[in-house]
Design a protein around this ligand. Structure first.
Ligand code: HPA
Length: 273
């Protein structure tokens, strides 16, 4: 169960300390952790300092929020997201997203490494998420509704904000960055998918597969926060090639996308400041 009042208290305490309200929340996916060094950081807080917050174990880093400025826009950046496959409940997995909503962000940019299902996609491409399939993971809104955040049955017909996505696409084209649009499908992991599961996902209309973002997008939309989803293709999904998949390879390939993601973020932030 959510302790909404406690989230509010944390938000108030941090807002008073930093003296600004973050406008955008950024969630950094696998391999993008170094981007935090590009932020003009004002204040940093570890999830371990916020009682009740889940602690990610996946990359050996506990989660952090970094409050500061990126291209002069006030932001909060989350490094070390929590995954469902770590054994946390969906409530816990989306708690940091809800916290950013309570902090007052207008939009969140959710980034992730993903396997390419669409055969036209190459490793290194960036796919702006147009829509998602979250049916294979538990819905984060199951259980008692947190009325202070949003309604019990929120509309999901436009999860990913068209205007933000179009801005990213424009910036990508201006910078010669390979950009795609498509449908993201979330599975729980932590095992990678089988080729049969990927054929199923393709038949359902998915272009890329991952283990993180759709549930976060649902929680953000529930709280009326605009969502931008950005997948960088770190590998071709199981069975698209014969190559065996490993987390190390995903991390390694993801690092090469960091530069392009940074360019896109800079272009986007310049357009909104
Ligand atoms: N499957 C699921 N999640 C992923 C993949 C994949 O192939 N690549 C990166 N995250």
């Amino acid at each position: 169960m959510y302790d909404y009042e406690r989230l509010e208290q944390y938000a108030l305490k941090i807002s008073t300390r930093i003296g600004f309200q973050p406008k955008v929340g950024i969630v950094l996916g696998t391999g993008l952790g170094d981007l935090v060094e590009k932020i003009d950081a004002v204040y940093e807080v570890a999830f371990t300092d916020l009682s009740g917050f889940p602690v990610s174990t996946v990359e050996g880093h506990a989660g952090h929020f970094i409050f500061g400025y990126f291209e002069d826009v006030p932001i909060v950046c989350m490094q070390g997201r929590v995954h469902y496959y770590e054994g946390y409940s969906m409530d816990d997995v989306v708690l940091p997203i809800r916290f950013m909503a309570v902090m007052g962000v207008e939009s969140v940019i959710l980034t992730n490494a993903a396997g390419g299902i669409n055969k036209d996609f190459n490793v290194g491409d960036i796919m702006m998420i147009k829509d998602h399939i979250a049916t294979f993971v538990p819905n984060p809104l199951i259980g008692k509704n947190v009325d202070q955040l949003g309604v019990k049955f929120p509309d999901m017909s436009k999860v990913y904000d068209d205007k933000i996505r179009e801005t990213f696409i424009t910036v990508a084209k201006q910078n010669g960055i390979p950009i795609r649009e498509g449908v993201y499908i979330q599975f729980t992991g932590p095992s990678f998918e089988t080729p049969a599961e990927i054929r199923m996902a393709a038949a359902l209309g998915a272009d890329a597969v991952g283990m993180s973002t759709a549930c976060e997008a649902i929680a953000a939309r529930h709280a009326k926060v605009k969502v931008c989803g950005l997948s960088y293709i770190s590998n071709q999904a199981a069975g698209i090639t014969d190559k065996e998949l490993s987390h190390e390879d995903v991390r390694w390939a993801s690092k090469f996308s960091a530069e392009n993601v940074e360019k896109l973020l800079r272009g986007f932030f310049r357009s909104i400041k």
